[in-house]
Design a protein around this ligand. Structure first.
Ligand code: GLP
Length: 260
C-alpha cells in the first residue's frame, strides 16, 4: 500500500484528484469505481474544475458507484445517484448510459446484484476504484464481519453507520437500514484502488487498516492484499500510524518517474 500523507485536507483532495485525472488522461475510456460520503466531494469539485478548464474529458469514461440505499427513490436528496449528479455528473461531459449504480428499488435484489457484477465484467473490470472509509473500517457499505470475498449484495447498516450518516438526513429514523453495495471481493478485483481519508474521526480505522491484522472485523484491512492501492491522508487521519515517519520518507524519496 502506498501511503501519502498531506499537510491539509485541501492538499489530500488535490493529490487524489490528480491521480484520478492522470488515470483518465492515460486511458480516456477508463472504468472508474466511484464513492460517496463527504470525503470525496472536494475531489469531484476539482475534477469538475479540470473539465471546465478544458483539461479533462469524460466523454469515454464509464462509472460504477460502490453502493446505494435500498428504497430511496433515485431523485431523493440523499440517494447516492442524486449525490453524484449534484457533485460530479451534472458538471462534466459524461453520458447517462455510461453511469451505473446499484438499484435500491430493484424488485429482485439478488438478480440485480448479479447483473451489476456482470456489467462490471463486461467492460473489462474497474480500472481505478475511489474509496472512502467508515469510522468502523467499512469500505463501500461492507460493514465489520462482511466476508472478505463478498460480491455485490444487500447489507444491513450497523447502528454506528446509521448514526454517522444521520447528519445528512432530517432525522436518524430516516436513514435507510439497508443498502446494496459492491462486495469486498468486487472492490479487490479493481485493477487499482485509491482511498482518501481525512480528519481525526478516521485515524483509528486508518491505523487498523494499514498496520493491524487483515480481518473482517475491519473490512478495509483487506486492502493490504491489493497490489495497487494508494492511500491519501491528511495529518489528523494519519495521526495514529506508528510508521508515519517512514511513509513520509518513502514519499519524499520517490523517484520522479514514480510520481503522478
Ligand atoms: C458511507 C459510504 C462510504 C464512505 C463512508 C464515509 O458509508 N458508503 O463509501 O466511505 O460513508 O463517509 P464520509 O466520507 O462522509 O466520512
Amino acid at each position: 500500500m502506498e501511503i501519502i500523507i498531506k499537510a491539509s485536507v485541501a492538499e489530500a483532495q488535490d493529490e487524489a484528484a490528480r491521480i484520478m485525472a492522470a488515470q483518465i488522461r492515460t486511458k480516456p475510456a477508463s472504468v472508474l469505481g466511484l464513492a460517496t460520503g463527504s470525503t470525496p466531494i472536494g475531489v469531484y469539485q476539482l475534477l469538475a474544475e479540470f473539465h471546465r478548464a478544458g483539461r479533462l474529458d469524460f466523454s469515454k469514461v464509464i462509472t460504477f458507484n460502490l453502493d446505494e440505499y435500498v428504497v430511496l427513490t433515485p431523485n431523493h436528496p440523499q440517494a447516492y445517484r442524486e449525490f453524484m449528479r449534484q457533485h460530479l455528473f451534472s458538471k462534466v461531459n459524461i453520458a447517462a448510459d455510461r453511469i451505473h449504480f446499484p438499484d435500491g428499488l430493484a424488485a429482485d435484489v439478488p438478480a440485480h446484484c448479479e447483473d451489476y457484477e456482470a456489467a462490471i465484467r463486461r467492460v473489462g473490470g474497474i480500472d481505478l476504484q475511489l474509496l472512502g472509509i467508515g469510522s468502523d473500517g467499512h469500505i463501500g457499505f461492507n460493514e465489520p464481519s462482511s466476508s472478505l470475498a463478498s460480491r455485490t449484495r444487500i447489507k444491513t447498516l450497523t447502528p454506528r453507520t446509521v448514526k454517522d450518516n444521520a447528519r445528512f438526513f432530517p432525522h436518524a429514523n430516516e436513514v435507510p437500514r439497508h443498502v446494496i453495495t459492491m462486495g469486498v471481493g468486487t472492490i479487490m478485483d479493481a485493477h487499482a484502488c485509491l482511498m482518501l481519508a481525512t480528519g481525526e474521526s478516521k485515524a483509528e480505522a486508518v491505523a487498523g487498516m494499514v498496520e493491524g491484522p487483515i480481518t473482517a472485523d475491519l473490512p478495509a484491512s483487506i486492502l493490504q492484499m491489493h497490489p495497487r492501492c494508494k492511500l491519501v491522508l491528511d495529518e489528523p487521519a494519519a495521526a495514529k500510524l506508528r510508521r508515519a515517519e517512514y511513509y513520509r520518507w518513502i514519499y519524499e524519496n520517490k523517484p520522479i518517474w514514480q510520481r503522478v
